[in-house]
Design a binder for this molecule. Structure first.
Ligand code: LAG
Length: 473
């Protein structure tokens, strides 16, 4: 359950946060497929309670398992999965089954379901009081029982040890597998007992071979477990039966780029740092939660440093890389772009490939999508020829497929370095693109000995330089 089933020649997952199904389908066909992205994490698919003013987080309050949300209908979802698979891009669903809603008067859902939330009655499933843990607040992260049996933010906590509850969850998961989804992100996995999750995952069907999955293929499962090392619950309780989100990844890189550590130390980045084994880890700089109210985490708002962190992530072989794609926000509750009656407004696409209508679309930044190409080119190679200046200027190659240099210092990077690439003239994919055989950015000449002069000035737009051999697809 740790195989992503990316189509060969594809790599990198992008979280298209709050996108509509129809727009994701278009994005797969027009951009993600051609650019070689491996997959999309989509926002929750199950019906959620409608919250006044329609904050993004209403989608984390399920009211039934019907496929009806602001992102679209069941038909639109099916059509999206089919079209993305045809474009070579896999779909991973954010599934929410730790809990249902919090308390709401006259709760109504995005698909028309109602619920008597105070009495734990959810006729749309149906669930009743019997299916939930007795109500108590999570208030002690040193107590695993409290974290797993009580309510996260007042959200009614399902009891996954109950056969009836397991069956409802497995049916929900099987239905998304039927339509061709490749796997799922398990929301709030830390708030559920590992032995229950193990049983639930083991009962889910194999992937649907009609969507070009090998027969017997298991869904990719990645579990949201926030473990910074100081609580009762550990990420190592979950990684034997599925992948796990590695929250330390983004914080460590953010700290280094914010001057609280030095990049030279990343020469042994990975398990040696206490991170999960590479194949068990989903890695990211920010996600939809950490980008809100965690000033220590880099986001699109500090774009130069953010692009350096993302470039490092995509250039480095450790982990399954996930790219955040955001809408612009200035507060925790800020809504996604929406009209006066609460319909989502989709991004428009500008001529330089970036997005409009209030969408950031980090995945459409040249420095980001070109590093996805780098990751594809460097697939199955190791980090070689690590170089650093003893501080925050670093460089490494990936086999003889790619070379990256990062300038995290406050002075210019000017070095003759061994790149391990074949001799030739390369186009830096950060400062430009190869367009009609003309490099619109910096060119790098690799000599007969594999060495090149590398320059990254502090006043440049970007603090990264990256070159790689061609990708043949
Ligand atoms: C997650 N992972 O474990 C999601 O990534 C995260 O975005 C979800 O919280 C959380 N777990 C529950 O699925 C989000 C917001 C919360 C919000 C919650 C439910 O970050 O702020 O809670 O979704 O909508 C909101 C209010 C709370 C209130 C609660 C219940 O902010 O104040 O108690 O709703 O009404």
């Amino acid at each position: 359950q740790k195989d992503l089933h990316y189509v060969p020649g594809h790599n990198g997952m992008v979280h298209l946060f709050e996108w509509k199904w129809g727009k994701i389908a278009e994005e797969c066909e027009n951009f993600l497929g051609p650019m070689g992205f491996g997959g999309v994490q989509v926002s929750p698919i199950q019906e959620n309670v409608i919250v006044k003013n329609r904050p993004w987080w209403e989608r984390y309050q399920p009211i039934s398992y019907k496929w009806a949300t602001r992102s679209g209908t069941a038909e639109e979802f099916k059509d999206m999965v089919r079209r993305c698979n045809n474009a070579g891009v896999r779909i991973y669903v954010d599934v929410v089954f730790n809990h249902m809603t919090g308390n709401h008067k006259n709760a109504k859902g995005t698909g028309g379901s109602t619920a008597d939330t105070q009495n734990f009655n959810y006729p749309g499933v149906p669930y009743s009081g019997f299916d939930f843990h007795v109500s108590c607040p999570i208030n002690n992260y040193q107590d695993a029982g409290n974290v797993r049996n009580c309510e996260l933010s007042g959200l009614h906590d399902l009891d996954q040890s109950k056969e009836y509850v397991r069956e409802k969850i497995v049916n929900f998961l099987n239905k998304i597998i039927d339509v061709g989804v490749a796997g799922y992100r398990v929301d709030a996995a830390k708030h559920m007992w590992p032995e229950d999750l193990k049983v639930i995952y083991s009962r889910v069907k194999n992937l649907n071979p009609e969507h070009n999955f090998p027969s017997g293929a298991r869904p990719y499962v990645f579990q949201e477990v926030i473990d910074y090392g100081s609580e009762a619950i550990s990420k190592y309780e979950y990684n034997s039966f599925g992948a796990v989100t590695e929250f330390r990844y983004g914080i460590e890189l953010s700290n280094a780029l914010n001057g609280k550590n030095q990049l030279k130390w990343f020469s042994n980045w990975g398990e040696a740092w206490g991170l999960l084994p590479s194949q068990d880890a989903v890695v990211f700089i920010d996600n939809h939660d950490t980008q809100r109210g965690h000033p220590e985490i880099l986001t699109y708002k500090s774009s130069k440093k953010y692009k350096m962190a993302v470039a490092f992530m995509l250039a480095h072989p450790y982990g399954t890389a996930r790219i955040m794609s955001s809408f612009a926000f200035d507060s925790f509750d800020a809504n996604p772009p929406q009209d006066s009656i609460g319909n989502l407004i989709s991004p428009t696409i500008n001529s330089d490939k970036t997005c409009g209508n209030g969408w950031i679309c980090e995945h459409r930044w040249r420095q980001v999508y070109n590093m996805v190409r780098f990751r594809i080119a460097a697939n199955n190679t190791d980090v070689n020829n690590w170089w650093d200046n003893g501080q925050n200027q670093i460089a490494f190659s990936r086999g003889n497929a790619g070379f990256i240099a990062i300038n995290g210092d406050g002075h210019d990077f000017k070095q003759h370095l061994y790149t391990s690439l074949q001799p030739g003239i390369y186009c830096d994919v950060i400062s430009g693109n190869l367009e009609n055989n003309v490099c619109t950015g910096k060119t790098v000449t690799v000599d007969q000995n594999g060495k090149a002069y590398i320059e990254i000035l502090v006043n440049e737009e970007d603090g990264v330089l990256a070159i790689h051999r061609q990708v043949n697809n």
